[in-house]
Design a protein around this ligand. Structure first.
Ligand code: HEM
Length: 508
């Protein structure tokens, strides 16, 4: 590190913070801020709290400071909301006021400063993107159009695993096959495309770039430059890598998917496209470009959003469900019994069946409760100064709703630390994942809630159902349980180890 630059930076930092204190005193406006640990100059609470603002650490803070608390992370205000009442306030009652998103320096790069949908502020651009994406992605018609494809993909996974004798003895890393399946489920919708195998060079490239994007964006490594802007020059190397990954990734989407699709549509003619035979999501999105509603960059950012928001989240949830079922064999058996009784042994579950299987639904709900893929939701933001209870929330605060704590707080749930699907058939039988109860928000609720819930739930049902119907899922020899250590990121939660799982085929 160049010590002269560091020295000058620290002097600059000192002068800037002194000036900020003087200016705020002169302005004289006294805000009634939410409680929180005592901040120190420049760093705020950063040195006390550290980088890892995960759902469990934030739950501990909620126990100390209450349902709304403020953390000063360098220059940033971070407000943590931890009660169903205040979640309702942020996501529903004041949904417009708190309906924007914060982006940090890294998300600015990956989303072209909010040219996408997920990370754009609440306003006209967001409304337009959400409208344009609804018909091609987020309706029951899409589910009915693509469910046969999803059933085919999990069928292929089952066939592959059955064909591999090692799966029944030493075990395999099931995740790799499920990852290919999830890409195929989504690339069918987006581009009417699929990848034949895990070794397909295009799939390998795509997976690597998406993986890099997620790692770079979810890491805590760059917090210092985000919290203390004057330290940003030290992030130059990190941000350069982010820019390179972003460019290569968008170029890949463009060259190998978007342009290919345009060519295909132009050779087949718009006739067949308009018949609906060929129309996939990107055709609808390109219609919006033709009408001048969005530009081609927006199209690439839509593809970027789906790659992250749809594929990873659903895959993580499937992995968690499998891990819990392996670690709770009696629950796995109970689910298998339900599938055999309701569908008949040997009848492979399809999408319409998922609604006839209450225990399967309960297993999925319980997985999403205990192992929420996005436990703090995607950070919200208030563009203007706002109020929560009697507290003032400074403009442009990052608002984290600790949805995991809402669903795991022992004051509101019976023995929440247990994986017990029965709760959703007994004391919590009225609770649904669509946000009908503010204690349970795995997909958020309100304006910025997850529109992909309509796809995610049937995919989860078909996938978990087929695996349990076809295999007895066990930990590898010599292990009693799978390791379920969590790995959190800026706002993601997945299983740390992609475990080997023994899949013993059942006679069907
Ligand atoms: C199990 C799977 C999934 C989970 C747990 C999940 C969860 C979430 C959560 C918690 C949010 C943020 C809500 C908020 O900030 O208030 C979100 C946003 C979003 N999700 Fe999902 N999601 C899943 C699957 C999907 C799928 C399959 C798609 C697309 C096909 C999708 C697309 C989106 C989009 C576009 C947003 C941003 C909405 C906005 O900002 O207006 N998600 N998701």
């Amino acid at each position: 590190m160049d010590y002269e630059i560091l020295y000058k930076t620290l002097i600059g930092l000192f002068v800037a913070s002194t000036l900020a204190i003087v200016v705020s005193k002169l302005r004289g406006k006294k805000l009634r801020l939410p409680p929180g640990p005592l901040p120190v100059p420049i760093f705020g609470n950063w040195l006390q709290i550290g980088d890892d603002l995960n759902h469990r650490n934030l739950s501990d803070l909620a126990r100390r400071f209450g349902e709304v608390l403020l953390l000063r992370m360098g220059q940033r205000n971070l407000v943590v909301v931890s009660s169903p009442e205040l979640a309702r306030e942020v996501l529903h009652t004041q949904g417009v006021e708190f309906g924007s998103r914060t982006r940090n320096v890294v998300f600015d790069i990956f989303t072209g400063k909010g040219q996408d949908m997920v990370f754009t502020v609440y306003g006209d651009h967001w409304r337009k993107m959400r409208r344009i994406m609804t018909v091609p992605f987020f309706t029951n018609k899409v589910v009915q159009q693509y469910r046969y494809g999803w059933e085919y993909e999990i069928g292929r996974v089952v066939e592959d695993v059955r064909a591999n004798p090692k799966a029944a003895t030493d075990g395999i890393v099931l995740r790799q096959k499920l990852q290919l399946m999830m890409y195929n489920n989504m690339y069918r919708i987006m581009f009417d495309r699929r990848f034949e195998s895990e070794d397909d060079p295009l799939f390998v490239k795509l997976k690597a770039l998406n993986g890099e994007r997620s790692r770079l964006a979810q890491s805590f490594e760059y917090n210092y430059g985000d919290f203390i802007p004057i330290l940003r020059p030290f992030l130059r190397g990190y941000l350069k890598i982010c820019k390179e990954v972003k460019e290569r990734r968008l170029q890949l989407f463009k060259d190998y998917f978007l342009e290919d699709r345009k060519k295909l549509v132009s050779t087949k003619g718009s006739e067949s496209v308009n018949n609906g035979q060929l129309k996939c999501a990107i055709d609808h999105i390109l219609d919006a470009v033709k009408k001048g509603e969005i530009n081609e960059d927006n199209v690439l950012y839509i593809v970027e959003n789906i790659n992250v928001a749809a594929i990873e989240t659903t895959l993580w949830s499937i992995e968690w469900a499998i891990a819990e079922l392996v670690n709770h064999p009696h629950i796995q058996q109970k689910l298998r019994d339900e599938l055999d009784t309701v569908l008949g042994k040997g009848t492979q579950i399809t999408e319409p069946d998922t609604y006839k299987l209450p225990y399967l639904q309960a297993v999925i709900k319980e997985t999403l409760r205990l192992r929420m893929a996005i436990p703090l939701l995607v950070p919200h933001m208030n563009l203007q100064e706002a109020k929560l209870k009697s507290f003032d929330i400074p403009a442009e605060s990052k608002i984290l709703v600790n949805a995991w704590w809402l669903a795991n707080n022992p004051d509101h749930w019976t023995r929440p630390e247990e994986f017990r699907p029965e709760r959703f058939l007994e004391e919590e039988s009225k609770v649904e994942p669509n946000g009908n109860d503010f204690r349970y928000l795995p997909f958020g609720v309100g304006r910025r809630s997850c529109p992909g819930i309509i796809l995610a739930l049937p995919i989860l049902g078909i996938t978990v159902g087929r695996l349990v119907q076809n295999f007895e899922l066990l930990p590898p020899k010599g292990m009693e349980k799978l390791d379920t250590t969590e790995k959190g990121g800026q706002f993601s939660l997945h299983i740390l180890k992609h475990s080997t799982i023994v899949a013993k085929p059942r006679e069907v």
